[in-house]
Design a binder for this molecule. Sequence first.
Ligand code: HEC
Length: 268
Amino acid sequence: MAATRAAPAAERTDPAADAKAFRDYFVKKFPKAELDDFVNGPYSMNKDMRKQWEEMEQFPPYEFALDAGKEMFAKPFKNGKTYADCFENGGIGIRQNYPYFDEKESKVITLELALNRCREDNGEAPLSYTKDEMASLTAYMAYTSRGKPMDIKIPDDPRALAAYENGKRYFYTRRGQLNFSCASCHVQSPGEHLRAETLAPALGILNAMPIYRSQWGGMGTISRRFISCNSQTRAVPLEPQSEEYRDLEYFLSYVSNGLPIAGPGSRP
Ligand code: HEC
């Protein structure tokens, strides 16, 4: 019995070792990029693009969303409470702690989910996970955390490890008519071009979310980005904030621990 209980090393979940290997892979692949710059997506990899981005940042296209988010965040619900009442530190400077594993509920809680729960607990209708209002709120919250290192915890609890593993599996599994995994584009091919776009590296890929995209003519939440990436490979997208997407976000955020929050971001 003892022999069957001891799992072989390869099957043991070791998130810390994963995160180190993940980071090492990208640092080696892009030796000229500064580690903290990976959060700037395609801009981390190329001088010309970086210049273009710095110019864009002087009149950031997400400014409108940021102002709207700040206003929404402060505006009381019908019952007089505000978002600040739902979060630690009044919701300021906490983006880097999301998502987290809730041991009571046995599930991963993302910031988008927490915001809608806050609304529902206070008698308000939930917001669409893919539209402007959610993007504005998360943009504002990310902004108050800018520069803070991503700080995702995996409690010593087999259920938290299982959620992490599930997200990792989702990230590396091929799917859709094109048979691509997330890793096919964002681990194997960052810096390469797909039509007019330069593929972002998976390291730090959520640190600048939500993002303004010229192509969308507006802001996109993490939910929106996952759905549109699934659709690109002609895979059937999941429901926003489904267990699989939340676990995926948990995995991707954990392996980017230590890299600064840079949201909201802007992309061509
Ligand atoms: C066929 C290639 C392809 C696949 C597969 C793919 N993506 Fe993407 N992804 C893109 C492109 C193109 C963009 C826009 C350019 C960019 O920022 O990389 C993008 C952007 C993103 C971004 C925003 C990054 C930023 O800095 O702007 C995230 C997050 C993301 N993808 C996550 C995922 C996840 C998670 C999966 C798997 C469910 C996935 N992608 C699968 C092509 C892909």
